[in-house]
Design a protein around this ligand. Sequence first.
Ligand code: ADP
Ligand code: MG
Length: 215
Amino acid sequence: MTGKNFLLAALEAISHNIIEHEEELNHLDNAIGDGDHGTNMASFSRIILTDLPELSESNDDLGKILHHVGMRCITEIGGSAGPLFGKFYLQAGQSNTNNTTMESANWVLAFEEGTLGVAQIGRSTEGEKTMLDALFPASRAMQEALEEGLSLSAIFQAGSEAAKTGVEFTKTISASKGRAAYIGQRSIGHQDPGATTVLLMLQALHKTAIKMNVE
Ligand code: ADP
Ligand code: MG
C-alpha cells in the first residue's frame, strides 16, 4: 500500500528522469516531429517540482494530487503532449477519487484509465507510433503482474519492461497520428518520443518503489 509520501516521491523521480533526458527527447522528436517534446515535458516537470512542497502540505487526497498534475500539464504545456499526458493524469486521478492510499490494484487501474483517456482524446490506438504503444502494453503487463500477486515494485518492473518493448516496436512502424504522420513511411526506423517518456515514467516508478520498499 502506498500513501502521499510515495506518490510525491514518485512524481519527483518522474520529473527528474524526464529533465535528465530532455535533450534525448528533443533529439527523437527532431527526427520525426518539431523537436520540442523534451522541452515540453521538461518544463512540465519543472513546474511539478515547484508545486511539490505545497502539494505535500495541502492535500491528502491522492486523486486530487493527480488531478492537479493533470491540470498543470493541460494548462501550462505546449504541443500535443500537454493535453495528452494531462488527460492521462486526470483520468488516473479520477480513478482514485477520495483515496488517501493506493493499493497495487489502484495503481494498475490508474494506468488503465489514464491510457484509455489518452486514446479517447487522441482519437488513437496501438500501432500508430505514439505514446500508446508504450502505455497499452505496460498497462496489460501490470494487470497480469497484479493477477499473479506480485509486489508493487514487480508490477512497475513488468510495466517498465513492456513499455521498453513498446518503445522498440515504435521504431518498426510508420506514424499515423501526431506530427510524425506528416512524414508517414519516412518515420520508420525512428523511435517515438512520447512512448519514450512513458518508459521514463515507469522506470522512475519502479526505482521509487524499490527505494521506498513499498508492498
Ligand atoms: P507536438 O507533436 O505537438 O510537437 P510533442 O512533441 O510534445 O507535441 O509530443 C509528441 C508526442 O505526442 C508523440 O511522440 C506521440 O507519442 C504523442 N502523440 C501525438 N499525437 C498523438 C495522438 N493522437 N494520440 C496519442 N499520442 C499522440
Ligand atoms: Mg513536438
